[in-house]
Design a binder for this molecule. Structure first.
Ligand code: UDX
Ligand code: ADP
Length: 468
């Protein structure tokens, strides 16, 4: 029996940055499978169904082209969670797992309440055997939680739980999915049913990925690999950022150091770009998770080791913000500062844990006026991010921070321009025009090292770059 033949319906719970693009790519590669993405948030679903493809809830290069091709054919977005669960043979759980903001593990552990709600819903409505796939980033042993809930609250139906962590990076999600360098599937490989479930999910990915790229492990290895992969990546950024501070004190140039060490193929040249600090929904959350799990298991030294990656990241964000104040003659009060970029990296409209909000928060505490321009992030999102930090009232935030839709307007009359996201378009701006319209001395703080500092200096700017 080829198990893949049985798969005619897939359901994905959670229509976010992971669920949306992942299901779009599955649907486009499996025209015979009906893929339904469901969400509790009707506005999100309405945005996914919008006839104007510019209104999709997330911005990802290549996404709208796929949506245009498969939406309404074999890809559907819906709020009808129950029927979608009932119809599907495979259910992906792609709901958010934010860091807990209350109770035990507050500020560290992942909040699994949305995962638990999904498991309870599946148990309640399922009438036939199903494969449940954890796609959300979750702490090790979450599969066990899901299994226990399904077995204790369900209608005595058999479930197989698989861990299939997401390795896509935002901004390149479609390429990462279509051309994944590895696909990890963890399952209960000690039983025939478990092996069948792993083979079944694998057969979906084998439609477009070479078989040898699909790595099969036990559930716990798969869950821990996800956290470990993100911790290693984040550690590279913190390592290079730590060295960037040393460069600034010694006259070494961080880009030269990165090139020199990256030429060693044991180290490699990727993911060693010094920056204002990493952001995004994964790195901080996953490391906090790793730290929390290690502590809970009595592994204090392991917890302390990984925590340093976060401490350096916080230090880097604050160093950048303090440097702006120090250079602007120790006060930014009442001064206009332009922010180019708010997203946590280019080619996304995601702002979760973006360095920009922490730098802005620091400068707003110093009563600076900030004007933000970002090509994809909407004004209401920027204010939502600031609200999350609870540093001042909504009115105060609106008084001190404005969002512009024109970058030249954002920079006009400012004392300093700060680059917070590495959007390509910033490189080719008319920097002479920006300079002419700024207060003098005119400063540029390039938190992503993307601008040509020699050219800027020729124009007359005072330039600060990371690790230079
Ligand atoms: C990350 C992982 O890369 C991905 O595999 C996982 O599935 C989810 O988490 P993502 O958060 O989307 O993906 O973006 P990533 O490209 O990893 O960047 C994370 C942050 O690190 C960004 O803020 C980015 O600007 C920063 N970064 C990255 C650097 O500062 N320097 C670098 O050299 C690389
Ligand atoms: P991620 O980056 O992990 O995809 P997002 O926050 O972008 O995270 O998306 C997660 C989605 O999951 C949100 O749209 C949220 O409304 C949805 N969600 C959360 N809990 C549930 C639930 N119990 N049932 C259905 N959808 C849910």
């Amino acid at each position: 029996m080829t198990i893949s033949k049985k798969i005619s319906n897939i359901c994905c719970i959670g229509a976010g940055y992971v669920g949306g693009p992942t299901m779009a790519v599955i649907a486009s590669n499996c025209s015979d499978i009906k893929v339904k993405v469901v969400d509790v948030n009707p506005n999100r679903i309405a945005d996914w169904n919008s006839s104007n493809l510019e209104e999709l809830p997330i911005y990802e290069p290549g996404l709208k082209e796929i949506i245009a091709k498969v939406r309404g054919k074999n890809l559907f977005f819906s709020t009808d969670i129950e029927n979608s669960i009932r119809e599907a043979q495979i259910i992906f759980i792609s709901v958010n797992t934010p860091t807990k903001t209350y109770g035990k593990g507050k500020g560290m552990a992942a909040d699994l309440k949305y995962i638990e709600l999904c498991a309870r819903k599946i148990a309640e409505v399922a009438t036939e055997e199903k494969i449940i796939v954890e796609k959300s980033t979750i702490p090790v042993r979450t599969a066990q939680t899901i299994k226990t809930i399904l077995e204790n609250t369900g209608n005595n139906i058999k479930f197989q739980i698989l861990s299939n962590p997401e390795f896509l990076a935002e901004g390149t999600a479609i390429e990462d999915l279509q051309n994944a360098n590895r696909m990890l599937i963890g399952g209960d490989n000690s039983t025939k049913e478990g092996q069948d479930a792993i083979a079944c999910l694998s057969s979906i990915y084998e439609r477009w990925l070479p078989k040898e790229r699909i790595i099969k492990t036990n559930v716990w290895s798969s869950e821990l690999s996800k956290l470990t992969a993100n911790a290693f990546l984040a550690q590279r950024v913190s390592s290079i950022n730590a060295i960037s501070a040393l460069c600034e004190k010694t006259g070494a140039d961080i880009d030269e150091v990165a090139r020199a060490i990256g030429a060693d193929n044991r180290i490699g040249s990727k993911f060693i770009n010094a920056s204002v600090g990493f952001g995004g929904s994964c790195f901080q959350k996953d490391i906090l998770n790793l730290v929390y799990i290690s502590k809970s298991l009595g592994l204090k030294e392991v917890a302390d080791y990984w925590e340093q990656v976060l401490l350096i990241n916080d230090y880097q964000k604050m160093r950048f913000a303090e440097n702006i104040v120090n250079n602007l003659f120790n006060t930014v009060s009442g001064k206009k500062i332009a922010f180019l970029g708010w997203a946590f990296k280019k080619n996304t409209n995601d702002t979760r844990e973006t360095a920009a909000m922490y730098v802005a928060n620091f400068l707003l505490d110093e009563t600076a006026f900030i004007h933000v321009y970002d090509p994809t992030v909407k004004s209401n999102q920027i204010f939502k991010d600031l609200e999350l930090l609870s540093s001042r009232t909504t009115e105060e935030n609106h008084k001190l921070l404005k969002v512009d839709t024109d970058p030249y307007q954002a920079c006009k009359e400012s004392h300093a321009v700060a680059i917070l996201t590495e959007w390509d378009e910033f490189i080719n701006y008319d920097w002479q025009k920006i300079y002419d319209n700024m207060k003098k001395p005119a400063f540029v703080f390039d938190g992503r090292n993307i601008l040509n500092s020699d050219k800027l200096k020729e124009i007359g700017f005072k330039v600060y770059q990371i690790g230079k």
